[in-house]
Design a binder for this molecule. Structure first.
Ligand code: NAD
Length: 322
């Protein structure tokens, strides 16, 4: 079997067109949809994400505000900054960029964000609503997985709700931002949902669960964790993982860094090429699955669009409550 590619880039372009129309309507109605990021300190990953959000807002025509505090900011100063964003009518959605320095607890920041501006569903109020199957801002990455599935199945003449009811779905990863909320979304669709994680692997039980899955979603952050031997013939596979790796020029093994020799054959990697891969061995699994998302160009391509959709929803709410 050669898997069909679930094309995240094409789906993201469709979404962009749909959302651009909605954004124009909202602007005409007097809304000012925009995102603010909140960064405390100078974490490299948070800084990269901040830049990506700013660029994306520019491309989409969304407003953007950057709130940056020094790494020695007090928790009171951070709370005051969040309150400022809560009060700003040009900020529809607030994205806290973690990690924060130790003196600033995540929970304090998140719980200060107005639930109506919590566009990536971090606030316990919104996560609670998600758990109860009530209307909320669906977290962007898990919602991107559902959106990809929904649109892929629709193109095949199938309905997401019908397909997921009672289906065997396995999620690999149980983080608060991806695996756990995704499992809740799948349960809300009545899928038979199995959640696996590093402790499942540590007991040697990962394959037992993944091999049963008609739908397999992997969000572990481990390059090529899932090979063909862990996948059921004809499964639909969504790969959330984004891993920067160094490929050994001699044996093709994936390494984390150029600084150490290849972990498989000891070759010097200082001149080796880097690339981005998922948690799924795409080439091998494509021979067994019915459909698969690539990395890059799969889930990641759609995630920003889900954030934009939530931002428009937040802007609409704020317009109605004016
Ligand atoms: P995380 O580190 O918070 O969580 C990782 C999860 O994977 C944990 O539940 C852990 O138990 C599990 N895990 C780790 N090693 C495992 C193993 N050997 N076997 C089984 N489970 C294992 O990561 P996260 O924030 O959930 O992100 C996961 C991956 O998804 C990362 O590669 C990240 O870059 C990527 N990501 C992609 C998007 C996107 O838009 N595509 C968004 C967020 C995260």
């Amino acid at each position: 079997m050669t898997a069909k590619i679930i094309d995240g880039k094409a789906i993201a372009e469709d979404l962009r067109r749909e959302l651009t129309g909605e954004l124009e309507e909202l602007k005409i109605a007097g809304a000012r949809p925009g995102i603010a990021t909140l960064m405390v300190g100078d974490d490299f990953g948070a800084g990269m994400y901040r830049g990506a959000v700013e660029k994306f807002c520019g491309e989409m025509g969304l407003g953007y505000r950057s709130e940056m505090l020094p790494s020695d900011a007090t928790d009171a100063a951070v709370v005051a900054a969040v309150q400022g964003l809560n009060a700003d009518p040009a900020v529809s959605g607030i994205l806290p960029l973690r990690p924060f320095p130790v003196q600033v607890p995540d929970s304090l920041v998140i719980q200060t964000i107005l639930p109506d501006k919590d566009v990536d569903c971090f606030h316990p109020f919104n996560m609670g609503r998600l758990a109860l199957g009530e209307h909320t801002f669906p977290p962007a990455t898990p919602r991107a997985c559902m959106e990809l599935l929904e649109r892929f199945l629709a193109a095949e003449g199938k309905d997401l709700a019908e397909e997921l009811e009672g289906a065997e779905v396995c999620v690999v990863g149980h983080s608060n931002t991806v695996g756990k909320p995704l499992a809740l979304m799948l349960l809300n669709r009545n899928a038979t949902t199995t959640v696996t994680h590093v402790y499942t692997s540590n007991r040697g039980n990962l394959a037992k669960h993944t091999r049963e899955a008609e739908y397999l979603v992997v969000a572990a952050g481990v390059p090529h964790l899932i090979g063909a031997d862990l996948v059921k013939e004809g499964a639909i596979v969504l790969d959330v993982g984004i891993n920067r790796v160094v490929v050994c020029p001699k044996c093709d093994a994936l390494n984390r860094s150029k600084k150490s020799p290849c972990k498989a054959c000891g070759t010097d990697l200082s001149e080796a090429q880097s690339k981005t891969v998922g948690d799924v061995d795409f080439n091998a699994v494509s021979q067994k699955a019915a459909a698969i998302t690539p990395v890059p160009g799969g889930v990641g391509a759609v995630t920003n669009m889900m954030l934009a959709r939530n931002t428009l929803r937040a802007a609409r709410l704020q317009l109605e409550n004016k």
